[in-house]
Design a protein around this ligand. Structure first.
Ligand code: ATP
Ligand code: MG
Length: 836
């Protein structure tokens, strides 16, 4: 332990050694927050705390795995196994596995301990069933959008009933009915969804004192990483587990340590709220606050750039970080001609300058950007791994559209036909497909052969025949345009005419938008594609895609570049980092820029940029393209504003000399592919690792076009504007920090004004108090009493009949039929309900 402590600075040591009470470590990127958590756990164990008593929460499974590995090295695997180290979902899953049977929801629902967790596919089916039952149209109430709405409500701890009481307009009221039905279906299946894991655990702990006491007793030391990205239910969970309504005096011998950085809060779109961490000291009155100021990760050039970027955010608490890792090299900023030129610049830099691929990451804002980068990496034989996502050609939407293209190329490709016959939905069910398949099997022909002559078979109903004939007509219509349109136009036509795009647009979720971006990228691939035989574009294109997918099947390698979105990069670090696609509209993303966006959205994008920059230890490259393809058309985005926020003296800025690399890129890619083809025909060099040498390195015009150096334009230099002092760097930092501290309290106050979390908590407190009043008094004056069959008037839904009385403990609710408005479950505490 002595050794471990020696490796920490004084503030870190303090955070590790403080064994009691609430502790908040608020510090910038790379200051050792995660290291403090890990060392703190070791110290607790070494000083006699039983590992059973320790609960550590990380943001991702990957982070949990890494933390366990690190701890195992220090205190042994057996000891680590006794602790609970995992994400909020893991932890809740474990609690529910033991205790879900001890929970009953206010409207009387109960689950048994063999509950199953429904994933997205399962919940999607349930929502579709609910829509059918309620006679609502899937096109108007897109299942994924409904799921996102329900999920959002759950992250704010709104159950179906609470949601229905807030539903003002017609649409939201219908959604509340779907929500109610969805919950019923889950229960019938003894199932819960991902959001329920948190919600049910929090509800279980808040309603069942015995269970709450059990876990409170068990976990006397709780640690949470990345606390700036917690949401309301996660916050409540920690509150129950740690304080359990006790006073500081009663909490002696226990500890809660949370660490975070407000500047790295990047998940507000998933319900996270950094105001929770800002509020921490108010919630836990005797919190000890520790700020870490030394960054151990990055050289000062990188850190100064990160600091210069984040100061442009208005809503933040100022802090500063200094590095003692030396100045390091300048940040290289490269203006590419287009996305392939950008990708080749990145790959070329990796080939020439990166010796350990595991210490190199390429980060981007949106998933669709990975395509050009993947292609360049593949063609240069550099292994890569994707974190938190699928490789481009493995993504569902890409596979679906490729299946359409394959089918249009060869209608007898029954595998492709099966994949998309009901995608998007055409009400052609599995049983119909099976029937077609059986028939095709017995007649020894393709599925399409059957569909083409469907009217000749008696085994199908008229409506099924019609649907299948329409599907054939669709294929014919697509086919007709194959030669009329240019190839990229044709791919875009398929995406649109099949209804695929419309379905995604109707979904209107974060995920569906990302899928649309990927499809857009597929059209760009088609545009970039130059066939050898103009009469067989589609065939050649499909052959190339098949080869890319094949080339891509890299054996698990220990030496690979990491590709991921900026969101997935939180908490990680690499020697060399590339940030690609720094253009207005891409990063910051267009959704943060439009007329309807809020200033907070842009600030969140800037925090994401701060996260990206601070992932780099030694060297940072940033790239942007002058033009880019969108749906096969060229668009020109200006360079990202974040580039202007980096002081010029920290950067080396280069531009491509103007020659487009697209043609050369294609030919290089072709060379790679055909080289592989010939390799495969004889000796197969399956390895795809760096330097396998089956592709010639970039040379000639490609290299020349990416190496012109530009003199910096002295248009903007924030450092120049700062007053000159005679202080040393460290002294200047201390002075600045002191000045910042004076403003901090004011700032936090301002940020917390109108704090929605606070409001929600107050609302919840009121609700709990009301519920407690009912529990404690059997003759509640507020509870409304009705009999089955009573005619009642509801303040919002109008006149209805009490159909059922549901009682659980001392709480009671009525299932009331409001005719056209549907059936609602109304709590007996609802005051605006009268006999009529
Ligand atoms: P982030 O905000 O990005 O999650 P963090 O604050 O959690 O960053 P860590 O990942 O814990 O920072 O630490 C950053 C790097 O600095 C790690 O490589 C870690 O090992 C190293 N480090 C932390 N503290 C020290 C120290 N006192 N001496 C040497 N290296 C340290
Ligand atoms: Mg960390």
């Amino acid at each position: 332990m002595e050794e471990l402590l020696k490796s920490l600075n004084d503030r870190q040591k303090e955070a590790v050694l403080e064994k009691e009470g609430a502790l908040l470590v608020l510090a910038g990127a790379g200051s050792g927050k995660t290291k403090v958590l890990t060392t703190r756990i070791v110290n607790l164990v070494k000083s006699g705390v039983s590992p059973y008593k320790i609960l550590a929460v990380t943001f991702t499974n990957k982070a949990a795995k890494e933390m366990k590995e690190r701890l195992s090295k220090m205190i042994g695997e057996e000891v680590v196994k006794k602790m609970w180290v995992g994400t909020f979902h893991n932890i809740c899953g474990r609690i529910l596995r033991f205790d879900i049977e001890n929970y009953q929801s206010p409207d009387g629902k109960k689950w048994d301990k063999n509950y199953v967790i429904y994933d997205d596919t399962d919940t999607n089916t349930i929502i579709k069933n609910a829509l059918k039952k309620l006679n609502l149209d899937e096109k108007v109430y897109a299942p994924k959008l409904i799921k996102a709405t329900i999920s959002n409500a759950k992250s704010k701890m709104q159950d179906a009933y609470t949601f229905s009481t807030r539903a003002r307009d017609y649409r939201t009221q219908r959604i509340s009915e779907i929500y109610e039905e969805y919950e019923k279906q889950l229960l019938l299946n003894n199932a819960i969804d991902f959001d329920d894991m948190l919600l049910l655990t929090v509800n279980l702990l808040s309603t069942n004192e015995e269970v709450r006491n059990k876990y409170h007793e068990r976990f006397s030391h709780i640690l949470v990483d990345e606390f700036q990205d917690t949401n309301l239910s996660q916050y409540m969970l920690i509150r129950h587990l740690y304080s359990n309504g006790k006073t500081d005096e009663e909490l002696k011998g226990r500890s809660l340590c949370v660490v975070g950085d407000v500047d790295q809060s990047i998940y507000s779109w998933r319900g996270a709220d950094y105001k929770i961490i800002l509020n921490f000291q108010t919630d836990y009155k005797n919190t000890k606050l520790i700020k870490l100021e030394q960054n151990y990760r990055s050289v000062s050039t990188i850190l100064d750039a990160a600091n210069a970027i984040i100061v442009n955010n208005a809503e933040r608490v100022s802090k500063n970080l200094y590095s003692t890792k030396g100045k390091g090299e300048k940040i290289e900023i490269y203006e590419a001609q287009d996305e392939s030129n950008e990708a080749y610049y990145v790959v070329n830099k990796i080939r020439n300058n990166v010796s350990n691929l595991n210490e190199c990451a390429i980060l981007y804002r949106t998933n669709s950007q990975s395509r050009a980068l993947e292609e360049a990496l593949i063609s240069q034989g550099i292994s890569y791994r994707m974190v938190g996502g699928l490789k481009f050609y493995e993504r569902k939407e890409i596979k679906d559209i490729i299946a359409y293209l394959k089918l249009l190329y060869n209608r007898h490709d029954s595998q492709s036909l099966k994949r998309i016959i009901n995608v998007p939905k055409r009400s052609i069910g599995d049983s119909t497909v099976k029937k077609v398949q059986d028939l095709a099997g017995s007649l020894d022909c393709s599925l399409f052969d059957i569909i083409e002559d469907i009217n000749e078979y008696d085994d199908f109903s008229a409506s099924v025949k019609l649907k299948l004939s329409n599907f054939k007509l669709l294929l014919d219509k697509l086919d007709e345009n194959k030669d009329k349109l240019s190839f990229p136009e044709f791919v875009a036509f398929v995406i649109e005419k099949t209804g695929y795009l419309a379905e995604l647009k109707a979904e209107d979720t974060e995920e569906s938008r990302s899928r649309i971006e990927n499809l857009q990228e597929l059209v760009n691939v088609a545009r970039d594609f130059s066939p050898e035989d103009e009469d067989n574009v589609l065939g050649e294109f499909l052959a190339q895609v098949a080869l890319v997918t094949d080339l891509d099947e890299t054996p698990d390698t220990d030496n690979a570049v990491t590709l991921m979105t900026l969101h997935a990069a939180k908490g990680l670090e690499f020697e060399t980092v590339f940030l690609a696609g720094l253009e207005e509209g891409i990063f910051p993303h267009s959704r943060s820029l439009g007329d309807y966006s809020k200033p907070q959205d842009l600030e969140e994008e800037r925090r994401l940029m701060y996260v990206g920059v601070t992932r780099a230890k030694q060297k940072l490259y940033i790239t942007y393209a002058k033009r880019r393809q969108m749906w096969g058309k060229t668009v020109y985005y200006p360079p990202s504003r974040f580039l202007e926020e980096i002081p010029y003296n920290l950067t080396d800025r280069h531009v491509s000399d103007g020659g487009s690399l697209s043609d050369e890129r294609t030919s290089t890619f072709r060379q790679a592919v055909s080289k592989l083809k010939s390799d495969r025909s004889g000796y197969v060099e399956k390895t795809n690792s760096f330097g396998s040498g089956f592709v010639a390195p970039l040379q000639g015009p490609q290299m020349q076009s990416i190496s012109k150096v530009v003199k910096p334009k002295p248009t903007y230099n924030p450092q120049k504007d700062q007053p000159k002092t005679n202080f040393t760097k460290r002294e200047a930092f201390v002075v600045k920090n002191e000045q910042n501290k004076i403003n901090d309290e004011e700032k936090v106050k301002k940020i917390l004004e109108n704090n929605p979390i606070q409001k929600l908590l107050e609302e919840r407190k009121k609700k709990e108090a009301a519920a407690a009043a009912v529990y404690s008094s059997s003759t509640s004056i507020t509870q409304k009493e009705f009999q089955k069959g009573d005619r009642v008037f509801h303040g919002k839904f109008g006149i209805g009949h009490v159909e059922e009385i549901k009682e659980s403990g001392s709480s009671k609710s009525y299932l009331i039929d409001f005719g056209k408005q549907g059936k609602k479950l109304v709590d007996s505490l609802y005051q605006n309900l009268k006999k009529f």
